[in-house]
Design a binder for this molecule. Sequence first.
Ligand SMILES: [Cu+2]
Length: 362
Amino acid sequence: MKKKWTLAISISIIMLLPALVFGAATVKHYTFNISIGEWNILPDVKVKSLLINDQIPGPTIEVTEGDTVEVKVVNNSVPPHTIHWHGLEVPNNQDGVPYVTQDPIEKGESFTYHFVATPAGSRFWHCHWSTLLHISGGMYGPLIIHPRDPAQDLNKKYNVTLDRTMMVDSIDPEWQTKMLTMMEKMHSMEAMNAKKSGEKSSGERLFKSVAEYKQAIKDGYHSPYLKGLPKPSYKYHLIDGHPYPLIPPVKTKIGDTVRLRMINAGNIPHYFHFHGMQLTVVAIDGNTLESPYKVNAVPLFPGQAKDLILQPKIPGWWAVHDHAESGSTNNGHFPGGTMFLIGVANKNGKISDYTPKLSLTQ
Ligand SMILES: [Cu+2]
């Protein structure tokens, strides 16, 4: 009897060991309230957007590997949505692909996603319905999963003093505002028709069979929302919902180590060139590289994430900009877009004698 008890206690201790060493997993709850609203990317550039909790990017999910994440998505906007957890390994029915793993979340409905956060790394989430419009509309946000094992923690490995996430996106304000305005009108008309006929309004269309789908392609079918409208032409490029000069600078000092987690949620690539320093790429798509490498230009493709380690050695205001020039402009004017500054202070806390100014004629 005594032996059995000893065995049971030993087994319990062994099972608890990872939790005792690395801390216990917990459940983290989030609520995403989706609405259509206006977002000022610049003081006088207003864009009709798909806001989550009234913000762009949407909420940051920051958890430890193994935590359970519960996200209640409430659709207070007109179009349907699903949320995809980009780069995570979740149960198939939580992956958020409309008509592949779930029905879309229609206007007025809610859906709660439930999954274990894994694997660790800099990842993100985004809407997976009509992604061209819904991602540029603002439906994305960081999903940072810290490793449970401290030995895997890059912040510890590199003695990181500043850890900053940057979400990159490109938008065409005019196109986006037109599309969302038209969508609101169409949905209210559909709802009226559905009320008359007694049928449920399905918003956007679902083909009844493969034959119907094939016929529609043959006939040159366009989604009602795309009829007669050109594709977006990306005139503004954002980091965390704003272009330069509204992107807060990265402020650091000699001897410090910065980790930048850069994530491109948008539809076009960016080529970030860092002035005055080298940087080490330590992770791609959230996954730690076995052989980190040094660069000073970082291509960031749509859907890609890169973790960079910076240890600037020279004080000053250093520019970081998209080397494809249009990415550094606002509606064609330089400077703008995804350009941002890294302020490196000397031992006395001074960055530079020169204060950066704004010029739209340079
Ligand atoms: Cu959406």
